[in-house]
Design a protein around this ligand. Sequence first.
Ligand SMILES: [Zn+2]
Length: 271
Amino acid sequence: MPELPEVEVISNFLLDKIKNKQISNVIVNNWNLRAPITKNIDDMLKGKVIRNIKRRGKYTIWNTDGSVAVIIHLGMSGKLIYADHDQMRNKHDHVVFLFSDNTSIIFNDPRRFGLVIVLNKEQETDFFSDFGIEPLTDEFSGDYLQELLKNKKVNIKSALMDNKSIVGVGNIYASESLFRARISPLRSAKNLTYRECEKLAAEIKNTLSDAIAAGGSTLKDYAQPSGSAGYFQNNFYVYGKVQKPCKICNNIITLIRQNGRSTYFCNACQN
Ligand SMILES: [Zn+2]
């Protein structure tokens, strides 16, 4: 599932490919994603020019020269493919955005947990109103994290994955950041010391930044958010490493379930 780095890489990719392009048509082949695609999407977007593309949490947002924006979430299996108009259509190509220069962006999503909607400014503000802090901003610090965690009665891994507190940190990057900070995912969130919060906030930023840097160098015409940005999965310390030795201490990596999700950690390195 795409997390913050993948969506950041994709948003940058799109910015490079479609900024200042005019939408000539939107073709919808299947209206039923996680929520229905906005009914009159074609009328709302026809003739509009893409002015900016940004990321908020795990959403990519296309601002146009009109008063509307396209909001896309890739769900579990979504891809955005850059192609010419006449590229062969594939199964699961649910939405095709056609641009006036004969290029297009195809939204392909076999499992259909993704989202493609068009919102006006007010609706956009509303949509993102209960989102947590962006972890790559300067505002997100050890102080901020400690304040955020002080009343949280859940384990630290679950706390990190709560989008209303911090956006974009999912299962992969929560596990990796906790390893880098040497903090056990079993710890109660509210019991982290100030030093630990400082270390963890820094390692969340480092882990996400490293993943973005790794992903940015691997994309061509195909934005494929298959779970980890580009080659960054080669740099995982714990995620998916069950029964493998820890890269630091050789202890065997432990796999447990927390809130129904897999958690990987080294019980020698992480306390
Ligand atoms: Zn270890």
